[in-house]
Design a protein around this ligand. Structure first.
Ligand code: MRU
Length: 358
């Protein structure tokens, strides 16, 4: 890609983000000058993907800092808190959103200087979150790519690439790294109903990287798994609980069930910023319910599929229980069961010996 998914423009003090609703048809960059617009962009999925919305929210706070007319640090802090409340309400499942906002607010806690210094500190922390995201993704990719063998066919769900992050990607970043290492791989791309992040965004990214792939309808995954045509599944996560239960894009759970039944290893690729140790299990993860129009507006041959009077339910995520998961790839190594222990170690920075099975 020619630019990062999210970029701060130092000259104009504005935020630029690739408008992901328009891809692959049109590559357009949307420019944001206030945090309210950023909140809306997250909700409407101009920007999406757990790490990407975390970084977008952090820059949203930077916009709030520059928007604020506060004359003293205390008033600016109050404005920032207000903005953080608006931004965190945009989407509930990805923990990166709250994590990034918390991190920016925390970084400014001990600054006793002027309003201007406080503004600069907010921006600096948002920029660090964005820069670290890229570096963390590449570390995850190295750990994950070690699990991929020459000749593997990999099944992938949703979009977890550069577009879902600041750059490089999580699960798709692993696939990219394996390809870059010269491994001959093929990717089966779940189209990922209802927003079709797989068919639109993952396929677009894979075409750019020159990685061979086929799009499959989500309900074809079991077919390919049962025929022995898939060697590994790699997916992302929006929030992972302390016991290793993984919330990810709707359909991940069914994929994990089919993978387990066919003995195919299943690996979520999860930066430690997505691990929420405050939640004991996936049951506690809030699941976003989105507008039924996302399901009902599907058209085939230019005709709406569902009857005009139809109703629909549209959970955006589901939870894959830890028992279906082979290993969780993080930037500090690969965590294996029991996840209660190994995930905690990963969050603490990993330990010698992690990153290899057993
Ligand atoms: O609703 P989305 O498109 O924001 O959902 C994105 C996913 O579920 C990704 O798989 C997830 O964020 C993890 S990988 C970056």
């Amino acid at each position: 890609m020619t630019m990062r998914t999210i970029e701060w423009d130092d000259n104009s003090h504005k935020l630029k983000m690739i408008d992901q609703r328009l891809l692959p048809g049109r590559f357009e960059v949307a420019v944001f000058s206030d945090y309210q617009q950023v909140g809306q962009a997250i909700r409407q999925m101009v920007v999406r993907g757990a790490p990407a919305i975390g970084a977008a929210a952090a820059f949203g706070l930077a916009l709030a800092a520059f928007q604020s007319s506060a004359g003293d640090p205390a008033s600016l802090r109050a404005d920032l808190l207000n903005a953080a409340q608006t931004l965190i309400a945009a989407r509930p499942t990805a923990v990166n959103l709250g994590w990034a906002l918390e991190r920016v607010l925390h970084a400014t806690k001990d600054i006793n200087g002027s309003v201007d210094e406080l503004r600069k500190a907010v921006l600096a922390e948002a920029q660090s979150i964005a820069d670290e995201d890229v570096e963390i993704n590449q570390r995850m990719a190295t750990h994950g790519a070690a699990l991929i063998e020459d000749g593997d066919t990999i099944l992938h769900h949703c979009n977890t690439g550069a577009l879902a992050t600041v750059d490089w990607g999580t699960a798709l970043g692993v696939i990219r790294m394996a390809h870059q290492q010269g491994k001959r791989i093929h990717v089966l791309v779940d189209e990922t109903r209802p927003r079709l992040q797989g068919a639109r965004l993952t396929a677009w990214e894979l075409s750019q990287y020159g990685i061979p792939y086929d799009i499959i309808s989500d309900n074809a995954a079991g077919y390919f798994l049962s025929r022995g045509e898939v060697q590994k599944c790699f997916v992302g996560s929006d929030r992972t609980a302390a016991n290793g239960d993984v919330a990810n894009k709707i359909g991940t759970y069914m994929l994990a069930l089919a993978a387990k039944d066919n003995g195919v290893p299943f690996y979520p690729v999860v930066p430690t910023s997505t691990i929420d140790l405050s939640l004991a299990s996936g049951e506690e993860i809030p699941i976003e319910m989105r507008d039924s129009a996302e399901v009902l507006s599907l058209a085939l041959f230019e005709r709406r599929v569902a009857p005009e009077s139809a109703s629909a339910r549209n959970p955006a995520f589901d939870v894959t229980p830890a028992r279906l998961i082979t290993g969780i790839v993080t930037e500090n190594g690969v965590a294996y069961p029991p996840f209660e222990q190994s995930l905690r170690e990963m969050v603490q920075g990993g330990r010698p010996g992690t990153g290899s099975r057993g």
